[in-house]
Design a protein around this ligand. Structure first.
Ligand code: UDX
Length: 429
């Protein structure tokens, strides 16, 4: 058992803190936001993540929440940095939260600390953190910096942290102390270790997200070509995915990728490359396909409805993917904005997520029935399970029109057509 301080109570920080407590460690999770900490201490979890609240409740004897960073850091031998690293307007990464944490923890380092960065940071950042602490006259005997990126998917973050496919540990060249500390801390987690340099670990995280985003943009481009030849892209995904060199995952065509990681990380890696005068052709193409994917659906809708601006469109799904209430960079919200600009009457429904801002002609309703009632067209924008199991005969009765646009290619086309509705996917023949 070790004493751990987790700085940042967002998705990554809360999941990390809850899982480390579950593994038997004494964990204090720190956040500047007093309201959030008060709520957490009252058992209220600020985000929707399946299993997280149960996990936190189960481990309250070992897990505490506080705003007092100094106290948390002094007590702990391991410090996790889990603060946000959002995009700046130019696509580079805003490191101000990480910098602020380093400035705050520096004066509290009086005994040996292993400082672990989980936040996704540009290549070279952990080396800079090390230098920064040395410049603040912290003895190199008193600390080490480790890069230990996370690969958690929202919606299955707890499972992913307990069952990772690998544990990536980036170390400074002369650091012989940290690896056994990390291995001891994670001793109850079974996974292969990838031990590399600090820069190497940072790159694994970026390359991993960029590769997954590339798979999505690739299949979305293939879907556009399939569309022209009346081919079902879902058959193509299945067909190519069975080749173990390709693999079946992240080949679901649709409205494109969103969320707090892919868009930001691909942009950031592009900027990292450009900073070294490397022109990242693939990364740029991946983003172009993603940025124009909504256009493909808007074009479809305009073809189906020449008077689109007069139509009532029910958009099912607001979250950037199912099983989360997160709408950051959500393709569903991008679609809603476009429809709002076209002055359509938009009725949006999501089982968990709320629209992030008010928009003209857009209403969010609390039930699926309300959204569908009188709709000329229903668009599936997020592939929640509940949308895959709809009773289409009932839906047809409530709708004004007959068109179902499957923006996630996740519905059973035959079933919908048998109910007398018209199914429209992208790249589905
Ligand atoms: C991602 C990575 O998977 C995770 O390892 C990393 O730590 C953080 O970023 P997350 O953002 O939670 O996780 O979502 P993910 O499940 O990867 O989906 C990202 C986006 O891609 C979603 O908008 C999703 O709808 C879309 N997607 C995913 C597709 O469009 N097609 C697919 O086949 C898969």
């Amino acid at each position: 058992m070790v004493n751990i301080c987790v700085i940042g109570a967002g998705y990554v920080g809360l999941t990390t803190a809850a899982v480390l407590a579950e593994l038997g460690h004494e964990v204090c999770c720190i956040d500047k936001d007093q309201n959030k900490i008060t709520e957490l201490n009252n058992g209220k979890i600020p985000i929707y993540e399946p299993g997280l609240s149960e996990f936190i409740a189960k481990n309250t004897n070992r897990l505490s929440f506080n705003t007092n960073l100094e106290e948390g850091v002094k007590k702990a031998s391991i410090i996790f940095i889990c603060v946000g690293t959002p995009s700046l307007a130019d696509g580079k990464t805003n490191l101000s939260y990480v910098d602020a944490v380093i400035n705050e923890i520096a004066p509290c380092i009086h005994s040996y600390k292993t400082i672990i960065t989980k936040s996704t940071v540009p290549i070279g950042t952990n080396e800079q953190i090390y230098e920064k602490l040395l410049a603040k006259k912290i003895s190199p005997e008193l600390f080490n910096i480790v890069s230990n990126p996370e690969f958690l998917r929202e919606g299955s973050a707890i499972y992913d942290m307990l069952h990772p496919d690998k544990i990536v540990v980036g170390l400074r060249q002369d650091d012989t102390q940290s690896l056994p500390i990390i291995q001891e801390m994670y001793s109850r987690i079974q996974a292969p270790y990838i031990v590399t340099s600090l820069n190497g670990a940072e790159m694994i995280k970026y390359a991993s997200n960029a590769f997954l985003a590339t798979k999505i943009s690739f299949i979305n481009e293939i879907a556009r070509i399939c569309e022209a030849f009346h081919i079902d892209v879902n058959d193509v995904s299945k067909g190519i995915g069975l080749d173990p060199r390709i693999g079946p995952h992240f080949l679901q065509a649709g409205l494109g990728y969103g969320g707090s990681c892919f868009p930001k990380d691909v942009k950031s890696l592009e900027q990292i490359a450009l900073s070294k005068q490397i022109h990242p052709l693939i990364l740029q193409a991946v983003q172009t396909v993603n940025d124009t994917q909504i256009d493909v659906y808007i074009h479809k809708l305009k073809t189906l409805f020449p008077d689109l601006h007069t139509k009532k469109i029910a958009v099912l799904g607001i979250a950037f993917k199912p099983n989360t209430d997160d709408t950051r960079d959500s393709p569903a919200e991008r679609l809603i904005s476009r429809l709002s600009q076209l002055t359509c009457d938009v009725c949006a429904y999501d089982p968990k997520a709320k629209l992030s801002h008010d928009q003209h002609h857009v209403r969010q309703v609390n039930s699926l029935d309300e959204a569908i009632k009188g709709a000329d067209c229903v668009v599936i924008a997020t592939d929640w399970d509940e949308f895959k199991q709809l009773d289409w005969t009932e839906i047809k009765k409530q709708m004004n029109g007959t068109i179902i646009v499957d923006g996630r290619n996740c519905l059973n086309r035959k079933e919908i057509e048998q109910c007398g509705l018209r199914y429209v996917g992208v790249g589905r023949g």
